[in-house]
Design a protein around this ligand. Sequence first.
Ligand code: ATP
Length: 235
Amino acid sequence: MLKLNGISVKYGSYTAIQQVNIEVEKGDIVVLLGSNGAGKSTTFRTISGLNKPFEGEIEFEGQSIKGRSPDRIVQSGVVQCAEGRKLFSDMSVQENLRMGAYVHRRKKEQIKQSIEHVYELFPILKDKRNDAAGSLSGGQQQMLAIGRALMSKPKLMLLDEPSVGLAPLIVEQMFEVIQQINKEGTTILLAEQNANAALKIANKGYVFENGSIVVKGSSDELFANEEVRKAYIGA
Ligand code: ATP
């Protein structure tokens, strides 16, 4: 479904990622592991069309998306749920969800159905539907960010550290919902520091170090890999 082939990106003269190869099959949950600054966000920004690679190729569903504008990439079915969340904080929960549907000209009834679907996944958002997004807790804002991304009916969702800063119980719920979204047909590419939780739901993963992929494998292989355990699982 998604193929990154030898992708390298620079910020000025600084090479942030180098010769990155990633393959995501339809239906997968794939995780990118790596410490802060290893290159995960740059990879996401490049897939979303926000960073331009100076070499390599990106294909989505067999077509090159390199050089496409971010809007067109969303229209192709790839949506990023940002780490910084970037909600409209003065707007209500429900208004934020509506904004997520803007890329496709969808009928009112379809938008309503999608909103109801988000409320089924995250009942707390229904309770708070008239509250300003900025008044929500960190976990609720993260749920809203995921809900808003779902409103565009993505084929592939990019999730950058959805568990960062959340209480353990909320993290657990978050991963359950990610799994649910995947079961309903959305392919997931996930960047995480929480390797333990992420590898439990992922089928495979890639480990970034200093802008390059240093290890890749199935979740079981990564879980069994001593270096990965030492660096990211801590057992
Ligand atoms: P984090 O979890 O902190 O976002 P990351 O693995 O996603 O980490 P990136 O954000 O992709 O890593 O950063 C990769 C490298 O590029 C880092 O060395 C970072 O300092 C650098 N970098 C990121 N954004 C910029 C920018 N806008 N200008 C210059 N350098 C940048």
